[in-house]
Design a protein around this ligand. Structure first.
Ligand code: PMP
Length: 345
């Protein structure tokens, strides 16, 4: 890995971050707050939230097995995807490398930040081509994105292959583990101490049943987390999200129950779909969705929409011709989907 200072944009390295009222007083005791121009009359949201979400991080830390100082929390993991572009990539000069196909926001964030986005195709069976990934990089490559389990293909990549990329690349490797709660593979977040160039992403939007509160996580070295905190908006996670997340974390039994139900339903649905005449191939999945190659993805997609059932049409995505991506729903939703697909002619 290059020195962190040589990877970070010089303006960000030199940046003096905004110091908010609550940062300045931090650590002292007070019960009269006349520092932030808030309305003093309590209604539950009249005060600014904790800018560094200490209490929430204390609760997330044991659950994820990552020390508080190695955690960044953001407005969805989309914020944690965008920030590294702003921290590491000089617009119009640097580039990032990503597997293809993968989650579309990496490319959108690259475009927004005027950063070249280099796509490296997965193999035909959706495996990681580590040699191709590494040889797509040059001196101006700042980040490699690997999503595992990958969206939209659903498969998790072998750890050894991902670790080879982390070890051999001179820049930052972002591993997006949004779906790792559904996978039996050991998450890479446990290795952030071992790899100073690794950033692992996770989210409350999938297994945790909280897409609506917009809470994403990044796990990385304290130096990288310090850079995230320097560049983020001062109060990036609102008070309602922080409160609701605390309640959700308190109910880990529900999380485990949801995961088991989804995995059980996934097996049942995949078996049933594989028997349908429209099904050409179902790809192996480690996520709460699966990719299926069908006889006519566009036709079936529109047919399902007319029946009030929405799946994701991935027909136009590289290597995913005639593929639909289907999220595992409740038993009732999956039964409706199957009934509709059985009637398709
Ligand atoms: N990463 C992956 C791989 C995703 O598929 C998604 C959402 N579809 C996200 C991140 C975004 O998650 P969030 O809701 O936390 O922004």
């Amino acid at each position: 890995m290059k020195r962190l200072q040589d990877l970070v944009r010089p303006n960000i390295w030199a940046l003096k971050p905004y110091s908010c009222a609550r940062d300045e007083f931090k650590g002292m005791k007070a019960d009269v707050f006349l520092d932030a121009n808030e309305n003093p009359y309590p209604n539950g949201v009249n005060r600014y939230p904790d800018p560094l979400q200490e209490q929430l991080k204390q609760a997330i830390s044991p659950m994820k097995g990552v020390p508080v100082e190695n955690i960044f929390l953001g407005n969805g993991s989309d914020e944690a995807i965008d920030l590294p572009f702003r921290i590491f990539c000089r617009p119009g000069k640097d580039n990032v490398v990503a597997i293809d196909p993968t989650y579309g926001m990496y490319e959108v964030c690259a475009d927004v930040n005027d950063v070249e986005y280099r796509k490296v195709p997965l193999t035909e069976d959706f495996d990681l081509d580590t040699d191709a990934l590494l040889s797509a990089c040059d001196d101006n490559t700042k980040i490699i994105f690997i999503c595992s389990p990958n969206n939209p293909t659903g498969n998790a990549f072998q750890r050894e292959k991902i670790e080879r990329v982390i070890k051999e690349f001179h820049g930052i490797v972002i591993v997006d583990e949004a779906y790792s709660d559904f996978s039996s593979q050991r998450p890479l977040r446990f290795d952030i101490q071992k790899y100073p160039n690794l950033i692992v992403l996770a989210t409350f939007s999938k297994a945790w049943a909280a897409a609506g509160i917009r809470l994403g996580m990044a796990f990385a070295s304290t130096d990288i987390i310090g850079l995230f905190n320097k560049v983020k908006y001062p109060y990036n996670v609102n008070i309602l999200t922080q409160q609701r997340a605390m309640e959700i974390i308190g109910n880990a039994t529900l999380l485990q129950r949801h995961i088991s139900m989804i995995l059980e339903e996934r097996d049942t649905l995949i078996k049933a779909v594989s028997l349908l005449p429209i099904c050409k191939k179902i790809y192996a999945t480690d996520a709460n969705f699966f990719l299926v190659k069908v006889t006519d993805a566009d036709g079936i997609y529109h047919y399902l929409v007319e029946k009030g059932i929405v799946v994701r049409n991935r027909n136009k995505v590289h290597l995913c011709g005639d593929c639909l991506r289907i999220t595992i729903g409740t038993k009732d939703e999956n039964t409706k989907l199957l009934a509709a697909l059985r009637q398709y002619t």
